[in-house]
Design a protein around this ligand. Structure first.
Ligand code: AMP
Ligand code: FE
Ligand code: FE
Ligand code: ZN
Length: 273
């Protein structure tokens, strides 16, 4: 396994990615990845759809999810791995979060309407399909209806954290989210700490039972990767990584572009035992 690579952070059309779960598996196979995880926002539908094909391609597909948590008024993303995705309480909880995401989509459409933008939830629904609704679906709708020229402009003008039509999501309390993942046999990993930019939170999360840090990420340059590997060692956590690919939205498909070594999976499995 040394010299082989993995990607533990990938989104699909089940949330705000552009690639279907089957496309993700086939790209991962082309890139020679041996382990991947589909970590959609508040859903494991994409994971379930990819299982058979991953097996056929000799790829280990780890159950994954990305949960949005609130801590000190920051949007903190938590990745869960290896949990029992068939746990009925868990399924119910994330379904509730998806319903809340839909309502939040409606609230953002209402805000846009107040700003004189005549976007309808119908258009957003046509883009999202059965996916867990996120701001990227609204951004696409705004591009499609020509209210903005680009996806990034949609965030800059309307959908970004401080923009005019932003509505916060329903968030998990991070201690509850960590407990939930543990209860269903999984591990909890802090997603892209380099974009969170609040390293001072990490000791608090460790006290809450955090298991790992996402050291490798498409937004983390090399020194940052090393920084989070060191922090992980200091707090006795394991470290993982992934591309956080959302498909070819910004041109390039990121799957496999972040070189995450296989040893990360071994360390994660050891932590589970
Ligand atoms: P949501 O979970 O609905 O709040 O949407 C968050 C998602 O929107 C992230 O996972 C990214 O995929 C995307 N996103 C967030 N901020 C931006 C931004 N400034 N530009 C482009 N995409 C963004
Ligand atoms: Fe996303
Ligand atoms: Fe995230
Ligand atoms: Zn993500």
């Amino acid at each position: 396994m040394p010299g082989e690579y993995i990607d533990l952070h990938i989104h699909t059309t089940a949330s705000d990615g552009l690639l279907t779960p089957l496309q993700v598996v086939s790209i991962a196979a082309e890139k020679g990845l041996i382990v991947i995880s589909i970590t959609d926002h508040d859903t494991t539908d994409g994971f379930a759809q990819a299982l058979k094909s991953a097996k056929e391609n000799g790829i280990e597909l780890i159950p994954g999810v990305e949960l949005s948590c609130l801590y000190m008024e920051s949007d903190v993303h938590l990745l869960g791995y290896y949990f029992n995705y068939e746990d009925s309480a868990f399924i119910k909880i994330i379904r509730k979060f998806r319903e809340e995401r839909y309502k939040r989509g409606e609230a953002m459409v209402a805000k846009l309407n107040d700003l004189g933008i005549n976007l309808s939830m119908e258009t957003v629904k046509n883009i999202a399909g059965s996916a867990s609704v996120g701001r990227p679906h609204l951004a696409e709708a705004l591009v499609k209806e020509e209210y903005v020229q680009t996806f990034d402009e949609a965030f800059a003008r309307y959908l970004g954290y401080h923009a005019s039509a932003y509505v916060p999501k329903k968030h998990f309390d991070i201690d509850h989210a960590i407990d939930l993942l543990h209860r269903i046999g999984g591990v909890a990993v802090l997603a892209h700490p380099g974009t969170l930019k609040h390293d001072e939170f990490i000791p608090d999360f460790v006290d809450m039972g955090l298991d790992g840090l996402e050291a490798y990420h498409s937004m983390h340059k090399r020194p940052m990767v090393n920084h989070y590997k060191n922090l992980a060692k200091r707090y006795n956590l394991f470290y993982t990584g992934g591309s956080d690919c959302h498909g070819p939205r910004k041109g390039k498909v990121l799957i496999g572009t972040v070189k995450v070594p296989y040893v990360c999976v071994e360390k994660m499995k050891q932590a589970l035992e």
